[in-house]
Design a protein around this ligand. Structure first.
Ligand code: ZN
Length: 330
């Protein structure tokens, strides 16, 4: 498999039935309109497993970490579609390595999926290796608010992070082919992601045949246009992308080239603001009331609605101005 225009027909075919996508604009010369824009799915990040069973999430796709789920013995029946994150960022941040082998990870995921049920499971993230310099070299991040975050550092070169990511995916799929593992591209500079795609190809994984491909280590880059350009390039090649942890300001520009993204940022957003009116007092879903909405599903759902509205507005703005204005803005 090579990454050139030869892959494009695969992509065009894929979207012909659904009325076309953004890439068709370039390949067919047809107008890019709101009607032809590709559907985008936002996965709301949850940090409470019990919320999976909440009826207000029946139409809301969610992402929840293995770390949150693994602590439980009983699970609710998920009301809406759900995906499982590996918790890899925390694992590498705190320990500088994966403490679980692939076989142990498979056993844990099987236990969780058996508990929650397969019916609404979208995908499961592998034990990938994020490539941010601080994840590899270690160090301390001092946020504007909150405690400093210490990174142990893996001490490994970027290429080895990518290699381990690809090898792990291959091993997980071999050990548990019944689980919908999502391959994840890891890298730091744009070229790294293409190199990682090449590693998958050499390992016999056809990313173009995958229903969804994760793009990792992008959450620290999204204030630049680099991430948006990367998504666009990968999208044009025909990959269906999930961007991990994209924040509000990153979503508008990227929404045209992503199939999905997720965020748990609502919780931090709520932690530094007064609660929603009346939430100091007991009410539905809050028997005691609360001082902040950092653990409040109602807040999370409102935040999601605003995010989707902003993404829609940003998309509309791109459509009525120039959807391909990336180069001029650089
Ligand atoms: Zn609240």
């Amino acid at each position: 498999m090579t990454f050139d225009a030869a892959q494009l027909p695969l992509f065009v075919d894929d979207h012909a039935q659904s009325g076309g996508g953004v890439g068709d604009h370039a390949s067919t010369g047809e107008a890019f309109t709101l009607e032809t824009a590709r559907p985008f799915t936002f996965l709301l990040g949850l940090h409470k497993a019990k919320w999976l069973g909440d009826e207000s999430l029946a139409e809301v796709p969610v992402l929840i970490s293995r770390n949150t789920l693994a602590r439980r013995r009983k699970w609710p029946r998920p009301q809406g579609p759900y995906a499982i994150d590996s918790g890899g960022f925390t694992e590498l941040q705190m320990h500088g390595r994966w403490r679980l082998t692939a076989a142990q990870y498979v056993a844990e995921i099987r236990r969780i999926v058996a508990g929650l049920g397969r019916a609404k499971l979208l995908w499961v993230a592998p034990q990938d290796w994020m490539c941010e310099p601080i994840v590899r070299r270690g160090g301390v991040v001092v946020p504007r608010r909150g405690k400093p975050i210490h990174f142990k550092g893996t001490g490994l070169p970027l290429l080895l992070h990518q290699w381990k990511t690809v090898q792990n995916f291959v091993e997980l799929r071999r050990l548990a082919p019944e689980i919908p593992w999502m391959p994840v591209l890891q890298g730091w500079d744009t070229d790294d992601y293409f190199a990682c795609a090449e590693l998958y190809a050499r390992a016999g994984v056809d990313l173009f045949a995958e229903p969804i491909v994760g793009v990792g280590s992008v959450c620290r880059k999204q204030n630049t246009l680099e991430a948006a350009r990367l998504f666009e390039q990968l999208y044009y090649m025909g990959l269906r992308l999930h961007a991990f942890g994209l924040k509000m300001d990153g979503i508008g520009r990227a929404v045209t080239s992503l199939a999905s993204s997720d965020s748990l940022a609502w919780s931090l957003h709520a932690a530094h603001r007064p609660p929603l009116p009346g939430h100091q007092l007991p009410g539905p879903g809050r028997p005691k009331g609360h001082k902040s909405c950092a653990n409040c599903l109602e807040y999370a759902l409102r935040w999601r609605s605003e995010l989707l509205y902003d993404a829609f507005t940003a998309l509309h703005h791109l459509l009525v101005t120039d959807p391909w204005a990336f180069d001029e803005a650089a």
